[in-house]
Design a protein around this ligand. Sequence first.
Ligand SMILES: NC(=O)C1=CN([C@@H]2O[C@H](COP(=O)(O)OP(=O)(O)OC[C@H]3O[C@@H](n4cnc5c(N)ncnc54)[C@H](O)[C@@H]3O)[C@@H](O)[C@H]2O)C=CC1
Ligand SMILES: O=C(O)Cc1ccc(O)c(O)c1
Length: 480
Amino acid sequence: MHHAPLVIGGKTLAEASDGIGESRDPSTGEVIGTFARAGLTEVDQVVAAARHAFDNGPWTRMRPFERGRILRRIGELMLERRDDIARLESRDSGKPLRDAYWEVDCSARFFEYYAGVADKQHGTSIPLGRGIVDWTVKDAIGVSLQIIPWNYPFQLIARGVAPALTAGCAVVIKPASDTPLSAYEFLKICQEAGLPDGQVNLVNGRGSLIGDALARHRGVDQITFTGSVPTGQRVLEAAASHAIPCNMELGGKSPQILFADADMEKALPIIAGGFLTHAGQVCNAGTRLLVERKAHDDIVSRLHDHIRKINIGRALDDPDMGPVINAGHKAEVEGFYELAESEGQLLMGGNLPLEAGLAGGAFVRPALVTGISNTARIAREEVFGPILSVIPFDTAEEAVAIANDSDFGLVAGVHTASIDHAMHMAQDLRVGQVWVNSFGIGLDVEFPFGGYKLSGFGREKGLEAIGAYQQIKNVCVRFG
Ligand SMILES: NC(=O)C1=CN([C@@H]2O[C@H](COP(=O)(O)OP(=O)(O)OC[C@H]3O[C@@H](n4cnc5c(N)ncnc54)[C@H](O)[C@@H]3O)[C@@H](O)[C@H]2O)C=CC1
Ligand SMILES: O=C(O)Cc1ccc(O)c(O)c1
């Protein structure tokens, strides 16, 4: 049985003021671990520890290449422990084992990538004429609060913490209560890699209690949040109470646009992966398929055949699809099947062996919804489950209009053999990321990732992410 303590200023605290929480395996419903649940007392302690590390600790003063070496070591240790972390993550989050391995590998890549960037944070020199020298310096913003969701618990820590540390920040991590376990593995790795005490701190606990109190805390200088829109809006209100900047990575209802000229054989697994990965519990899941009308019936029949064969099972057995995060979320997804049936036709898939042991799991089945337009609620609301809404279009202009007619704007996929269609879509789609003849779920660490509209603002990954953790200081010197 795992137990995740708090880690505050380098000290490991097995108990905390809001008691002990339990974490369940969504594949079986079994309790697989416990965690110390922080309350308001620990909120003050953890912010004080991070502040102390930032204001007085060695990290801020260390030479950038030395910081880079420690960051690289964190990535190496992740790879050395990939089996243990992936198995823990697969059980705690319910994602198939291969996806949990991907999560660990990608986390290591974040540290490798930013390790190489640590000593390249150049400022600029601004010409103001003779007798004046003016330059900018990229200063660390201070204490970064990272509020993490349950869908990619380990990787989203790495995604935010690596650039924050690179910039010189201290960090407080607040994981989701459904997936509290792997964050402690991350803290242990940081300690072993030689990260100074207090530079990264961990507090598990209730979002509405400590998440809110941390976001309001005057000692926090910046927030990175990934999660739902309503919670993100609450976090923004808390941040507004002391006017600090936020990186918001919220939900999506991302389109995949399929033209009739596309190679259907190649497009099919990409479209399916786009909405089935982690049972659809991905912010950038491609859950609206906009299909050129003449290809509609063909792709629906191929997709239905495909999802009929999807094997559902325990995450550790590495099935095609694992469970959703918990019984409450299963009920929500099932509510969306009912909504879909009232708005259009629901085509179900999936093989769920009802053998003993799976009865307690939060399993749902993959589904297509046809006979709807983009005004249907099922085509507009984020389900966070394996449901694909299929909507026909006749022209490329109409495809863009439907794709952009959404409250969200995270990502889009385009499947076509025509360079004109591809370029038109890339130019006109109001989303943060366009994939052509592909649809990656968080594939790479090098390019910027983030949304338009209700999908949020700010960018994760790539060189762009570091800006969230820096202040630009301008220095102007007159001489002579
Ligand atoms: N964009 C994304 O990647 C994600 C979206 N979601 C969406 O959110 C829905 C609900 O899932 P939840 O886990 O309840 O997500 P949530 O958005 O409520 O939680 C995300 C994180 O925020 C924390 N939190 C909750 N209330 C807070 C508050 N008032 N102040 C500060 N932090 C707070 C939570 O403890 C968790 O760490 C899902 O069904 C899905 O639609 C969930 C996870 C990830
Ligand atoms: O946030 C999500 O839900 C999806 C996701 C996870 C990891 C990534 O690196 C990414 O780009 C996107």
